[in-house]
Design a protein around this ligand. Sequence first.
Ligand code: SF4
Length: 141
Amino acid sequence: MADQPSEKAIGRMRVFVDKYCEKSGTFKHPGEGVTESVILGLAQNVDDLGRPLCPCRFYPDKNEEIKHRTWICACDDMQIYKYCHCLLFVDKEGLPITEYLPDDHEGREMYGLVKDPLPDKGRPLRDKAEEREVERRERPS
Ligand code: SF4
């Protein structure tokens, strides 16, 4: 495992983040270094695993985890609820959107209700919310 992700992977993730913000109606975090550190984590996983596995989580076995799409960026929580655990895709103030999360989701508990500033964009998998709930209860988020 390299100490630093490759420039190629970093570049790929930078482009992805810009495009995904536009597509999902979210923003990059205004705080210095927040976005960059998540990009570096994603890029490292691209180099190590071949997939942009979410870097903000612990996995007992990363190679096993990438067989599921749940935590491949943009993860299920982002595509279903427009919620980013890593603060990579947030509102203009830097808060993650929690409006669509189930009430007992950790995001709601941590940040309270954060409204979606651009509700016409994002959530392409919103119809999978019920399925995701079952999975979340079986494999806690
Ligand atoms: S929480 Fe989801 S959207 Fe946010 S960085 Fe991780 S995988 Fe990407």
